[in-house]
Design a protein around this ligand. Structure first.
Ligand code: DX5
Ligand code: ZN
Length: 220
């Protein structure tokens, strides 16, 4: 298991001051920027595309940007995000016609690749592609909105994927997204996650640094 990564989701940042707020959360101890892309089609909400990502890079954000695509279709937008400065691109297998092709497209674009599992998405999507992935992302809410409650069934799913990754011996991060707080992050880590997305728990707090420090303390 790898050292823990905390990835603040800027979905809950102040969009009118996005560069400033993103820099602030990184200075407060965030490791990666989690960047949620919603299309009002695959999920019932609309957020931001490659242009806003590019603007963050131009503003001076150099931290890894972890793009979580909740869009359908996937392939045509991949090169735009890569060019804009994405570090990792993760997608939902139900949102593309050819999962293996999309994985290849993301890798060819120079980004690391992740596959995302909704609460009801079965893990057998991993059967023939695990060796090609850099990251598996387990959703602990239904995608579309920040501020939802952690679905406890995600813990068993994390344990299963932890076992699969460990047995495979591959270098794959296990990320969790949705309802992560300083209070439940310890239990989530114990289930096998090593990469933690947190949006509202960080951005709705008065002191980002205090929340992130509390999370790290719970991670041991
Ligand atoms: C939900 C997004 C999450 C969201 C998490 O569809 O994928 O990344 O920002 O927000 P919280 O941490 O508030 O559940
Ligand atoms: Zn996300």
């Amino acid at each position: 298991k790898q050292s823990p990564i905390i990835a603040p989701s800027i979905l809950s940042a102040d969009f009118a001051r996005l560069g400033e707020d993103t820099a602030k959360v990184l200075a407060a101890g965030g490791d990666w920027v989690h960047y949620d892309v919603m299309d009002n089609h695959y999920v019932p909400n609309l957020t931001m595309g490659p242009m806003v990502l590019k603007a963050l890079r131009n503003y001076g954000i150099t931290a890894p940007i972890d793009v979580h695509l909740m869009v359908k279709p996937v392939d045509q937008i991949v090169p735009d995000f890569a060019k804009a400065g994405a570090s990792r691109i993760s997608f939902h297998p139900e949102a593309t016609e050819h999962v293996d092709r999309t994985i290849g497209l993301i890798k060819d674009s120079g980004c690391k690749v992740g596959l995302v599992f909704n609460p009801a998405t079965p893990l057998n999507w991993l059967d023939y592609v695990l060796d090609k992935l850099d990251l598996v992302l387990i959703m602990s809410v239904n995608p579309g909105f920040g501020g939802q409650k952690f679905i406890p069934e995600a813990l068993e799913k994390l344990r299963r994927v932890r076992r699969l990754i460990d047995e495979s011996g591959y270098d794959i991060r296990l990320e969790v997204d949705g309802g992560v707080t300083a209070d439940n992050i310890g239990e989530i880590a114990a289930a096998g996650a090593d990469t933690f997305v947190a949006g509202s728990a960080i951005f709705n707090a008065p002191d980002y640094q205090a929340v992130i420090a509390k999370m790290r303390q719970a991670l041991g």
